[in-house]
Ligand binder design. Structure first.
Ligand SMILES: [Zn+2]
Length: 408
């Protein structure tokens, strides 16, 4: 394996790093533009166009609107195998804008692709930057995966910002996963009546929805501690003196595997049916999107990512083994190809994530400096894959083994 400390760098590693340095200004400008124009899931029209334009400026062949999604794209350089891909994201969050720092995920993965493409001068292979919308909701990669956009991909690499003291690298067995996630929408249809004059004629759709919350809280006693279930009422009735005849709740259920998540979703459906029969309301349960898969960690790759981060002077603690806490649609890609992510800190200390604090941090010098280091680490990992396909073979062997274990 090739080390990345300055003294031992190879000519090709230098070339990749120089290409990243040369693209720094243009990348920073694009990330800043995405930062200044926060667009939420599936509405990232300006952000995706800016990033796709950047890829074109650096000689990538860009296909826009892939997988039937207006704000998804594929930017490609080179031809044939091996195929190394970088997953760029750019969606913002309602209320907290870039409170997850996806402007930095956009820039780092784009520039990592630009850097790695410099190695194609004298190495065979293809470098792809995937423009992936809607990570925070809907699941752009879920739809792209189902549409076959990632077909032929050998290795997937990506980056994610984090808080200082809370950015870890998953190199220890049992770390680095995320929770699979299913969205559920539950609607109840009842009968309006005067809440005081003739309540006996009403069927209360709000009571039904409240029973769902109680049912889920009861279920909480009998699930693994890694399970997460949470919901909000998106339609809860109009006024107190009209018995609500329509209510709607939006729920997320998350568990360690897709199978467990599907089982949970089924239990929540049963709770909703029970609530309907208790109140006499009609119920409609919808799964608006296919589930986010859990991340299949790949230590063969993530150990390489870590060694490059270390070599570049960004030494982060190892993530401790245990189930993931959040969810990401990177999980769906990790079922299609060995995948690794470089996490990089953008604050000095711990801060609440998905917050205005993170939004502020995502536009600072520290964030950009950290972002370029992460980009270099994944680009150098990609370079190792292009130079030595036995690394891809080892990553795939580990990946197949982990997929097999998930099936049993
Ligand atoms: Zn997020």
């Amino acid at each position: 394996m090739t080390a990345t400390s300055e003294a031992t760098r190879t000519e090709r590693q230098d070339r990749v790093l120089r290409a990243i340095e040369a693209a720094k200004n243009a990348t920073r400008k694009t990330s800043d533009f995405i930062y200044a124009n926060p667009e939420t899931a599936m509405k990232e029209v300006k952000s995706s166009a800016a990033l796709a334009d950047l890829m074109e400026e650096f000689g990538f062949e860009v296909e826009r609107e892939v997988g039937g999604i207006k704000t998804a794209f594929v930017a490609k350089r080179g031809s044939g195998g091996p195929v190394v891909g970088f997953l760029a994201e750019y969606d913002a969050l309602p209320g907290v804008d870039h409170g997850c720092g996806h402007n930095l995920i956009a820039g780092s993965n784009a520039v990592a692709g630009i850097g790695l493409a410099a190695a194609l001068e004298d190495l065979p292979g293809t470098v792809i930057v995937y423009g992936c919308p809607a990570e925070e909701a809907v699941g752009g990669k879920v739809y792209m995966a189902n549409a076959g956009v990632f077909e032929g991909l050998d290795i997937a690499l990506t980056t994610h910002p984090g808080a200082g003291g809370h950015s870890y690298n998953p190199v220890l067995e049992g770390s680095g996963s995320s929770l699979a996630w299913q969205e559920i929408e539950i609607e109840f249809y009842g009968q309006t009546a005067h809440a005081a004059a003739d309540p006996e004629n009403g069927i209360n759709a709000l009571n039904a929805l409240l029973y769902v919350f109680r049912g889920i809280d009861g279920l909480r006693q009998h699930v693994k501690s890694s399970v997460r279930m949470h919901g909000v009422i998106t339609s809860g009735g109009m006024v107190p003196n009209v018995v609500p005849d329509y209510t709607r709740g939006h729920f997320f259920v998350r568990a360690e595997t897709l199978a467990e998540t599907a089982e949970l979703a089924e239990k929540v459906r049963k709770i909703a049916e029970g609530a309907a029969s208790m109140t006499g309301a009609e119920v409609k349960v919808t799964l608006p999107h296919p589930p986010y898969a859990d991340v299949v960690p790949n230590y063969t790759l993530s150990r390489r990512v870590k060694s490059h981060l270390d070599g570049l002077g960004m030494e982060l603690p190892d993530q401790q083994p245990g189930p993931g806490r959040g969810s990401t649609d990177v999980g769906n890609v990790s079922y299609l190809a060995p995948t690794a992510c470089a996490r990089f800190p953008i604050t000095e200390g711990l801060v609440p994530w998905h917050s205005t604090v993170v939004n502020e941090a995502a536009g600072t010098e520290m964030a950009y400096e950290s972002m370029f280091t992460a980009a270099k680490a994944v680009a150098l990992t990609g370079l190792e894959c292009l130079e030595d396909t036995s690394l891809i073979d080892s990553a795939k062997a580990e990946w197949r083994d982990k997929l097999d274990k998930r099936k049993t």
